[in-house]
Each structure stands twice: as structure tokens, then as C-alpha cells.
Design a binder for this molecule. Structure first.
Ligand SMILES: Nc1ncnc2c1ncn2[C@@H]1O[C@H](COP(=O)(O)OP(=O)(O)OP(=O)(O)O)[C@@H](O)[C@H]1O
Ligand SMILES: [Mg+2]
Length: 225
């Protein structure tokens, strides 16, 4: 269902809705006096109606991104506004705006990319994941839609990993290969293609290898179509 685009959210002036938006959330490009452009994420009403247990998803995402705030190639969280802070009674996560396209937009299913681009992408994605995994955080939703590509001022290509909405934190032992049990129903998760073996059948856990499996699938698709 299409939701109306607000003119303002808190102190932020909305510029436009970001397309394509996600399956859980709407995103808006907005202006901030200090940060320049930001991306504001709001959970969709229909998602919240079906999954009332996940009302705190954006708060959790903010917490994860705060842990990862110095990580390379990881989107920056700027602000979180809870339900009681905004007139419309909804929660919002404010992110640094990435001026680019997601990797699904630059390579549709069935298309391939030059090997040199794939190598450059994997290097950057691996740096982001290495940083997160060392802190016991597994992204759990690695796919091209959740990786943005932007051009830097000096003409280089930079990838930015976004959408930590389903990320989990292993606070016991980040190096434990058994990983953590996923806290949401199986129906919520993941595009089937990127789902690792430990999230199939009766198994429902995530570890560092789960994210690496999804990267492997992306590399296969980029090279073989
Ligand atoms: N900081 C950002 N700057 C610009 N665009 C962004 C930013 N973060 C996300 N996007 C774009 O918005 C889309 C949806 O965002 P996001 O993946 O966070 O939402 P979601 O509803 O959790 O998605 P999903 O469908 O993966 O569950 C992304 O695929 C990406 O193209
Ligand atoms: Mg997403």
C-alpha cells in the first residue's frame, strides 16, 4: 500500500521518497542543516500490522550501527527518533544519505559484471564484514539490494553496506562457529537464493559464514549471470 510522503519528519525537511524502497520500510531523502542529505527510514504500516513484535526493529538497527560507526564501507547512523518524539507517533532511523544506486540496480538478475569490478566489490564488502564479524555482528541479509555504490569526489567507486535491520549480535563469543539462533520467524527472512545451509531445514542460526555464503552467491551471479 502506498503511504503519503510527509513534508517534514521532526526537524528534517523531506526532499523525496527513495526508490526502490525496501520490503519492510519506506525511505525518504531529507535535508539536515549539519549533515547535508540524510536518508530517513520508517517501517511500513502494513509490516507493523503483521509483525507487531518488530516495532523496535529500527531502534535495534540504530544500536548495531552505533557499534559499527567507525567501520569501513558501512552506512552511518545519525539519529533515531522514537515513537513519542515525532508528531505522527512513528519511529524513524536517520542515516547518512548515500548518493548512488544499489547493486541490484546496476546488475539485474541474469546479467554479469567485469571481473575487475567484482574483485573491487568483494574487497570492500569483505572489509565491512570483517569489521562487523570481529564485533560479533552478523548482517543476515546480504544481497545486492542492500549494498549501495557511489562515486567518490576523486573518481573512485565506493560500496556502502546498508540495511542492518535483520542483523544479530553474538555477545557471548563472536568467534563461535555455531553462531546465534535467529530471533525472527523463518517467514520473515531473506531472498531464498542467498539463504545459507545453516538457515535451511530445521536449522535456524547465523554466523560469519552465513554472510560469506551470501557474498559467494553474489560473486557467482556477477560472474556467471
Ligand atoms: N543511507 C541510504 N542512502 C540512500 N539510499 C539508501 C540508504 N539506505 C538504504 N537505501 C536504499 O533504500 C532501499 C531500502 O532500504 P533498506 O534495505 O534499509 O530497507 P528494508 O525495508 O529493510 O529492505 P528489505 O527489502 O531489504 O527488507 C535499499 O535497497 C537502498 O537502495
Ligand atoms: Mg534492504
Amino acid at each position: 500500500m502506498t503511504e503519503p510522503v510527509p513534508e517534514r519528519i521532526g526537524d528534517y525537511e523531506i526532499v523525496e521518497e527513495i526508490h526502490p524502497s525496501g520490503s519492510f520500510a519506506n525511505l525518504y531523502k531529507a535535508k539536515d542543516r549539519r549533515e547535508g542529505f540524510v536518508a530517513i527510514k520508517r517501517l511500513r504500516d502494513d509490516f507493523l500490522n503483521d509483525h507487531a513484535d518488530f516495532a523496535d526493529l529500527l531502534k535495534k538497527e540504530k544500536g548495531i550501527l552505533t557499534d559499527l560507526r567507525y567501520g569501513p564501507h558501512i552506512v552511518r547512523a545519525i539519529d533515531y527518533m522514537d515513537k513519542d518524539e515525532v508528531e505522527d507517533g512513528k519511529a524513524y532511523l536517520v542515516l547518512k544519505y548515500v548518493n548512488g544506486e544499489n547493486l541490484r540496480g546496476i546488475c539485474s538478475q541474469g546479467e554479469t559484471l567485469p571481473l575487475a569490478d567484482v574483485v573491487r566489490y568483494v574487497e570492500q564488502i569483505a572489509l565491512a564484514l570483517h569489521y562487523a564479524h570481529n564485533r560479533g555482528i552478523y548482517h543476515c541479509d546480504m544481497r545486492p539490494e542492500n549494498i549501495l555504490k557511489r562515486n567518490t569526489q576523486d573518481g573512485k567507486v565506493e560500496l556502502v553496506l546498508c540495511d542492518f535491520g535483520l542483523a544479530v549480535k553474538d555477545s557471548n563469543n563472536p568467534a563461535d562457529p555455531k553462531g546465534v539462533a535467529l530471533p525472527w520467524p523463518k517467514s520473515l527472512n531473506l531472498t531464498e537464493n542467498y539463504r545459507p545451509p545453516e538457515q535451511r531445514g530445521n536449522s535456524w542460526i547465523a554466523n560469519a559464514q552465513s554472510d560469506q555464503f551470501a557474498v559467494g552467491v553474489m560473486v557467482y551471479e556477477w560472474l556467471c549471470g
